[in-house]
Write a protein that binds this ligand. Structure first.
Ligand code: NAD
Length: 433
């Protein structure tokens, strides 16, 4: 497994749990030191136990030495990052191609090389072309096996996937991948073999569709506010139609994270280049960018149109609960807008501080919700962490100097918030219950 990030580490731990011998190759020395010292460099529920168990059994190892691993491996996964390329919004494939160059000199015997990273359609073909050039003598097959796990429930998702998608056009490689996923197939997870192009494109299409669903409900939620409807009622009414489904119909401050923003952008770019523009997907990107800015204005409005000299308590900075991942989190847009207008921002996040601190300078970091609330004119819920749901609203109000509560995740009941003395705003729900 090349890359021990969110996807590589979870996949490696789960494959070793199936009984396979897995070696993770990680370039980042500090991550590698942590892993070899028994520490998990990221926050992902349950991962520490799974990694420890499989390291102890001898089936899971971590190294920076690629050569020996590449020589011995039957199957090499590329699980390196494919971030958004600066300037044109396309996927930056430099880590992928770098890994291909590093692997190439060491291949021996028949080796299956599979992208787990999300890569634009056509990348397998391009990897194949490069590998042929580097090693005309080598026996290998390039496949695509995009990953659909979600951070925060990654192990559960990996172990109980809705489907496993394998893009392959080589029969020997297909057999290897079929064997690899046998433990999941036996648990009745569908393993779908498709062309490499279909697998690559399906991953982007899935993410773009989910991002579109979020943007759709965000816009419906704005409309609800204008016309006196309740978005939760609308969402559950439409979500119970199986053609629509009830997932991803929660309005909020805009989607973020390491996948949706970059994948929506890369897909739009791919489509434009293929002269088959995805106008709908391009609009999703626009709607989401505007959403984050609109949410900052909502906070400013709730504070009477001016935040200068005021203290705002922010609950949560990660893009969703149960992760420490800060990549493209809406907080990265919303909090600087408040700071620029002169607000002091006090923040508490159960796991996000480590990654967020360098990205969001000038915040006052706190150890708890109540500490963040001290002296604040307004409290803003940005992430739906469970521990925020359990907060005593009267105790929160007590700590604050003002009474504004802006709940961008709809985690509180409007009547209880009002009983606690708050001027409460949420998203897409009428002022009066
Ligand atoms: P990440 O940044 O957490 O991990 C990538 C790791 O690869 C890093 O630790 C980096 O140091 C390492 N690396 C890079 N080049 C290397 C090399 N040549 N040799 C060894 N290690 C190297 O990224 P991630 O979130 O795990 O995402 C990886 C891929 O999976 C991306 O394409 C992403 O789009 C996709 N994906 C991510 C998720 C998710 O929820 N994070 C879900 C599905 C798919």
């Amino acid at each position: 497994m090349i890359g021990a990030g969110y996807v590589g580490l979870v996949s490696a731990a789960c494959f070793s749990e199936f009984g396979w011998d897995v070696t993770c190759v990680e370039k980042d020395a500090s991550k590698l030191d942590k892993l070899n010292g028994g520490e998990i460099p990221i926050y992902e529920p349950g991962l520490d136990v799974l990694v420890e168990k499989n390291v102890r059994s001898g089936r899971l190892r971590f190294t920076s030495e690629l050569a020996e691993v590449a020589r011995e491996a039957d199957l090499i996964f590329l699980a390196v990052g494919t971030p958004m390329r600066r300037g044109d919004g396309y996927a930056d494939l430099s880590y992928v191609y770098q890994a291909v160059e590093e692997i190439a000199p060491h291949l021996t015997g028949f080796t299956v090389i599979t992208t787990k990273s999300t890569v634009p359609v056509g990348t397998s073909r391009e990897i194949e072309r490069r590998m042929r050039r580097l090693r005309p003598d080598a026996d290998f097959a390039i496949c695509s096996n995009p990953e659909f796990l979600r951070e925060g429930s990654a192990i559960q998702d990996f172990m109980h996937p809705d489907r496993v998608l394998v893009g392959v056009d080589d029969n020997r490689a297909r057999e290897v991948l079929d064997r690899l996923y046998e433990p999941l197939r036996l648990r009745s997870a569908p393993v779908m073999f498709v062309s490499r192009e279909s697998a690559e494109l399906a991953k982007y299409a899935a993410n773009a569709f989910l991002a579109m669903k979020i943007s759709f409900i965000n816009e419906i939620s704005d409309l609800c506010e204008e016309v006196g409807a309740n978005v939760q009622q609308v969402a559950s009414a439409i979500g119970s139609d199986r053609r629509i489904g009830d997932k991803f119909l929660h309005p909020g401050p805009g989607y973020g994270g390491s996948c949706f923003p970059k994948d929506v952008s890369a897909l739009a770019r791919t489509a434009r280049e293929a002269r088959s523009p995805l106008t709908l997907v391009e609009q999703v990107e626009k709607v989401n960018n505007e959403r984050k800015i609109a949410m900052a204005h909502r906070v400013i409005r709730a504070l009477g149109g001016d935040v200068a000299g005021k203290t705002v308590a922010v609950l949560g900075v990660t893009f969703k609960q149960n992760t420490d991942d800060m990549r493209d989190a809406p907080s990265l847009v919303i909090l600087p807008m408040l700071q620029e207008r002169g607000a002091t921002v006090r923040v508490y996040d159960p796991q996000g501080r480590h990654q967020a601190e360098p990205l969001l300078p000038g915040l006052v970091w706190c150890q708890s919700v109540l500490e963040a609330a001290e002296g604040a004119a307004a409290a803003v819920v940005l992430t739906e962490w469970n521990e925020f749901r359990a907060v005593s609203l009267p105790a929160l109000r007590e700590k604050m100097s003002g009474d504004v509560l802006v709940d961008l995740r709809n985690i509180y009941r409007a009547d209880l918030a009002r009983d606690a003395g708050f001027a409460y705003t949420s998203v897409g729900r009428p002022d009066k219950p």
